[in-house]
Structures are given as structure tokens and as C-alpha cells.
Design a protein around this ligand. Structure first.
Ligand SMILES: [Zn+2]
Length: 390
């Protein structure tokens, strides 16, 4: 196991400040109204300055707090299923990495070693989240326990049903220990994100971040050309509970027998003094979470999506299902970008992912460990769509 060096309080505050300042500079489109709140997350590049790992650039950013239910998904890869800020920021980072790979020399943050791109030794990757991640990190005893995200959107307690057209049919969702009401306060479990009236197919942000400590944040497709890109620091704002966060992100991850190049990383945790004023803790009690997600990547490209549909904001009815108007962070568009950026092979998205052989092996090791065995795997047909020019 590799552990990052300590980070100063000043650096933690700076990571939060830089993210919030960047958020404030964005146009109002998609930002919460006076009666709304949201979650803000970013990935940040750090460099050692006077013996301190110091944030130097925000690479990507995301806002949002919604996730589509199973009945809202399609198998075309043209909508965003999971619009939690952490996941939007991570997809924006992946999109940015496609561009970064083309850079050379001092402008590049990666360098090639043994045929794969690696983050240069002078850099580290950090993450800021304005609110404790949903799932295991948000389960703790204390004054904050009543206001965690898990509590705000309880799933139906009884049989889950979903309406399709005029008929009603039972969903085929797998029930997990973490979904059962009697286990809602049990710690250490993997669990799915709650949706509106039914569970989603997406794992909680706590679970996904924990998986990055083994797999890296780059995903299967980029792993074909890139060594795992590990997170060194995680700085969390509202409802920060160090023990719960450490358990959710670090301590429950136990893996052995990872393929070469992969290892478990202990992520350094911290809490900034600065508060995100559009977050839940600063909102009025009757405020609701925003229905939009904003994505941003270094260079100034941002996009707003409607989290409840996973589509771009402001589309006309005619353009709703047009591939051309799919969000930039949809799997379909990211697959196209991967092909353009480094010639990623594969006709379909799932074929592209299969190129990451060691990544898949590492994921199998993680998901066969007792703590992650109940991870909900999205059926492969959801990734079995053609990646073709539009
Ligand atoms: Zn989340």
C-alpha cells in the first residue's frame, strides 16, 4: 500500500477556494436558485512548492446531486445516468485527459514510461467535494446524522414497482444488503444511490471513490494507454466525519493479488475551513437539491445537463433523441473522443472497455473481496452500443 505525504491545512483550504472561485466565475446557467442547493466537486493538480503539496490548477469540476432510476435508462449510451457532482467531475477529468495526452514537453502533465502515460513525478492528484460523499461515508452517529443525503430521498420501503406506459411491472433490480431499511445505518456496506421512489443502478459515491483507490480514476478505456492515475488527497466540506470517511474510502478496501502496475493507495483526507455557500449546510431548511448538473474542464469548456433526464439543458423536443445533441460526457461521446484521441480499438463501447485487460482483472480482485462483493454490475448490454461518427 502506498500512502501520500501529508498536506497542509493551507493547501486544503486553497483547493476548496480555487474550486469555489472557479464555480463563481461560471455563467448562471444551471446554478441553484435561492431555494436550491447542490454539491460541488473538482479534481485538482498539485505540485510541491516549498516542501508542501500545493494546488496549482483545477483540472475539472462538476455539480449535481441526482441519479436516474433503472426505468429511465436506455442502452444507447447517449444520456448521463449518474449526475452526482463527483461523477460529473470525474467524467470531465477523463475528457480532459484525452486532450492532455496530445501535449508534449513542459506543457504536458504526463510522460511516457514503458509505453504508457504516467503522471509526472512532480505532480499529484487531489479531489475536493463540498459535501461528504453519499453512501458509507455519510453514515455516522452525531448531530449531522439526520441530514445526510441518504435520508433525503428514501426509497419505497415495500415492493418496488415502476410504471412503464400504461402498465405497471416489477423491476428486475437486485436487492442488496445496503438497500434494506434494517441496514440503512449499518456501516461498511456497498450500496446503490437512492433515486426517486426506487433505487438506481449506480453505486454510491463512497463506493466509487473507494474503487478508485485500487483502479485509479482513468477508467477502463484510458487504462489501455495510461498507468492507473491515483488520487492522493481528498478534501471534504460539509458533514465531514473523518472516521466515517476513512472507513468508507480507505479502511474497508482490502485486496490481494492485483495485476502489475496496480496497488492499493491510501488517500489522505482533509477538511477545508471555507464553506461552499450554495451547499446544503448554507441553504434554508425548505431548500431542495438542484435538478441540474454543470460540468467543466480546464480550458473553459462547460456544459449543463438536466440531471433528471441525463440530457443537455434547453434541447427542443425534436433534438431530444438526436445523437448529435447527446451530452459530451455521455459514454457514446466519450467513446468517440477516445477513438479520436488515441485510436482506441473496438466497434462498440464494451469492446473498447475490454481492451483494458489488467484494469478488468484489478476490478475483479476488488469486487471479489468480501466488502465489495455486492457491487451492482450494470448488465453488459448497457455498454453494447456502436461507437460511430455522428
Ligand atoms: Zn453521490
Amino acid at each position: 500500500m502506498v500512502e501520500a505525504e501529508e498536506m497542509s491545512q493551507r493547501s486544503m483550504d486553497k483547493m476548496a477556494e480555487m474550486t469555489i472561485q472557479l464555480y463563481e466565475r461560471l455563467a448562471p446557467k444551471g446554478k441553484p436558485t435561492a431555494r436550491e442547493w447542490t454539491v460541488l466537486a473538482s479534481f485538482c493538480l498539485l505540485q510541491k512548492i516549498e516542501e508542501n503539496w500545493t494546488p496549482v490548477k483545477i483540472l475539472s469540476m462538476g455539480t449535481g446531486n441526482r441519479c436516474l432510476s433503472e426505468s429511465q435508462l436506455n442502452k444507447r449510451g447517449d444520456i448521463i445516468h449518474d449526475s452526482h457532482a463527483e461523477i460529473i467531475a470525474r467524467r470531465s477529468l477523463i475528457r480532459l485527459l484525452y486532450d492532455e495526452l496530445r501535449k508534449e514537453g513542459s506543457k504536458a502533465i504526463f510522460e511516457k514510461k514503458d509505453d504508457k502515460y504516467n503522471l509526472k513525478d512532480i505532480y499529484r492528484l487531489g479531489m475536493y467535494i463540498s459535501h461528504t460523499p453519499c453512501g458509507d461515508a455519510s453514515i455516522f452517529e452525531g448531530p449531522s446524522v439526520e441530514v445526510t443525503l441518504e435520508e433525503t430521498e428514501e426509497p419505497e420501503k415495500k415492493k418496488r414497482r415502476v410504471s412503464t406506459d400504461d402498465s405497471t411491472q416489477e423491476t428486475t433490480q437486485k436487492r442488496m444488503r445496503g438497500d434494506e431499511p434494517q441496514n440503512w445505518r449499518e456501516t461498511g456496506l456497498v450500496r446503490r444511490k437512492p433515486g426517486r421512489g426506487e433505487f438506481t443502478t449506480s453505486m454510491s459515491c463512497s463506493d466509487k471513490i473507494a474503487s478508485w483507490s485500487v483502479l485509479g480514476v482513468q477508467g477502463a478505456i484510458l487504462s489501455t494507454v495510461m498507468s492507473p492515475l491515483y488520487l492522493s488527497y481528498l478534501v471534504v466540506g460539509d458533514y465531514y466525519h473523518r472516521e466515517a470517511l476513512d472507513r468508507a474510502i480507505n479502511l474497508r478496501v482490502r485486496v490481494e493479488g492485483l495485476p502489475e502496475g496496480y496497488s492499493r493507495r491510501h488517500i489522505r483526507l482533509g477538511h477545508p475551513v471555507v464553506v461552499f455557500q450554495k451547499g446544503k449546510s448554507a441553504a434554508t431548511t425548505d431548500a431542495v437539491s438542484s435538478g441540474y448538473a454543470i460540468s467543466y474542464m480546464d480550458g473553459g469548456i462547460s456544459e449543463v445537463t438536466v440531471a433528471q433526464s441525463g440530457r443537455k439543458m434547453g434541447l427542443t423536443k425534436k433534438n431530444l433523441d438526436s445523437p448529435k445533441h447527446a451530452p459530451s460526457l455521455s459514454k457514446m461521446k466519450l467513446g468517440l473522443m477516445a477513438r479520436q484521441a488515441f485510436g482506441c480499438k473496438g466497434e462498440t463501447y464494451i469492446e473498447m472497455k475490454r481492451g483494458g485487460v489488467d484494469y478488468r482483472r484489478a476490478k475483479e480482485v476488488l469486487l471479489s473481496s468480501s466488502e465489495f462483493r455486492e457491487w451492482n454490475r450494470l448488465p453488459s448490454e448497457h455498454s453494447d452500443f456502436q461507437i460511430k461518427p455522428i
